[in-house]
Design a protein around this ligand. Structure first.
Ligand code: HEM
Length: 416
């Protein structure tokens, strides 16, 4: 990920020189976020008594790196009551077991592996998807992005024994039942539907992949889990975690990036005329402004003192902490001036921070797939935005998934 130590001095100076009331370009809306209304409506309203809220980037980073917190997001505490933490998915592990699992799987995400094995796949897949769109003259953007995200993550995980379009559809249906249901009856029906869809994913996609790897191991996550003695059920849970963490997230990010770039001609021109580092930086700026994972949750294992701009803050042991990523990323201390606008030349306030700030998390759980997601998005959009006369004929509907604190973009149509 592009850390920016080389610019520290510059950033510090820029921060010191900020005028108290920054002048933002008047030609553009003051708040350019497309996901904000859905987030305002959808973010759970936990009372201040129940949790400690962090909105400053620096405090969030200290907390996540402290070694004194456990994962408490994505219903981790509920899951633990049913499954325990032995062989839990990596997202739900903590401490030494988690660290071991991350080191053992780091090879699947190493820059060299991404740059060779997965990059070829990203290129050929993007060419195929864009060619299909070009010939048809129209397409549904989120269907394209789902296909891309599923194929790339499936290769890393080892879900390669089934037809990918069917798998994308099965995962899509499964995730559609894991959102919020109002009332016990619809929650129960949602749960039952979720179980059926999970079984379909297991029988059609996961089980054949496990069988093939029992016969001959390959260089992927499922082979690694088999070596570690994971049961079929545990492998299924890990595959669903990658499905949510890697596929569902990237799918939304591709659509959000395309939406901004299709609407802003100046950005699109910059994106297409720049080299890959510039394209990646622009995508990270979009992700900063529109984080796919809008909040991270942790529980403190011991009392913790964090040092912030306004003095130190002590959080008691056992506290549920919400890191409001949407807030940390748009706080002017970290993001610099005009934090609610998209700025291809943004000068960060935070030092040694990636350009997407907290959007890939931080500390031991920081997203291992960050550069995979950014590269596949850059490659795909580079192909798509070069199609002559490509434009949005219908922008996406913006929904909200409370489980992942994420926006969901559906129904965007593009045409030539
Ligand atoms: C734009 C796309 C993506 C976004 C915004 C994203 C975001 C995140 C965030 C915020 C976390 C940390 C969660 C926490 O700390 O509680 C995370 C973890 C994770 N991500 Fe991603 N992710 C993306 C793409 C991917 C991809 C492509 C993969 C794999 C193919 C992936 C695999 C994972 C895994 C396995 C974890 C759990 C890591 C752990 O707990 O140690 N992600 N992701």
């Amino acid at each position: 990920m592009s850390e920016i130590p080389a610019h520290n001095h510059e950033n510090r100076m820029a921060k010191d020189q900020l005028s108290p009331i920054p002048v933002c370009p008047r030609s553009r809306p003051e708040d350019e976020r497309k996901s904000d209304a859905a987030a305002q409506a959808g973010m759970p309203d936990l009372s201040a008594k129940q949790l400690f809220r962090i909105e400053e980037f620096d405090l969030a980073r200290q907390l996540l790196r402290s070694g004194a917190v456990r994962q408490a997001g994505f219903r981790a505490e509920l899951l633990e009551r049913f499954t325990g933490r032995a062989h839990a998915p990596v997202l739900f592990q903590d401490g030494e077991a988690h660290q071991k699992q991350r080191s053992a799987t780091a090879r699947f995400f190493a820059p060299k592996v991404v740059a060779t094995r997965y990059r070829e796949l990203m290129q050929s897949l993007s060419n195929r998807l864009v060619e299909r769109f070009r010939l048809a003259g129209h397409a549904e953007l989120d269907a394209m992005s789902l296909e891309l995200a599923v194929a790339v993550a499936a290769e890393i995980v080892g879900l390669t024994e089934s037809a990918q379009s069917g798998m994308a559809e099965r995962l899509n249906r499964f995730f559609a039942t894991t959102g919020s249901q109002q009332g016990w009856l619809s929650a129960l029906m949602g749960f039952a539907a979720g179980q059926v869809r999970m079984l379909a994913f297991y029988w059609r996609d996961v089980r054949p992949a496990i069988r093939a790897r029992r016969a001959a191991r390959r260089e992927d996550v499922i082979s690694h889990l088999l070596d570690q003695g994971y049961s079929d059920r545990e492998i299924l849970t890990e595959c669903l975690t990658y499905g949510a963490a890697g596929m569902a997230t990237t799918r939304e990010f591709v659509v959000m990036s395309a939406w901004h770039l299709l609407e802003r001609e100046d950005l699109r021109r910059r994106f297409l005329s720049g080299d890959e580092p510039l394209r990646l930086a622009l995508l990270e700026e979009i992700l900063r402004l529109e984080p796919v994972v809008g909040a991270l949750y942790r529980r403190t294992e011991r009392q913790l003192t964090l040092d912030g701009d306004g003095g130190s803050t002590t959080i008691p042991a056992g506290t549920l902490v919400k890191i409001d990523v949407r807030a940390t990323n748009t706080n002017p201390v970290a993001a610099g001036s005009c934090p609610l606008q998209l700025d291809a030349d943004r000068v960060m306030g935070a030092s040694k921070a990636s350009a997407s700030l907290m959007s890939f998390g931080d500390g031991p759980h920081r997203c291992p797939g960050a550069s995979v997601a950014l590269q596949e998005t850059a490659i795909f959009l580079d192909r798509l935005l070069r199609v002559p006369n490509v434009h949005l004929t219908r922008p996406p509907r913006v929904g909200w998934n409370p489980l992942t604190s994420s926006y969901e973009l559906r129904g965007a149509l593009i045409a030539t």
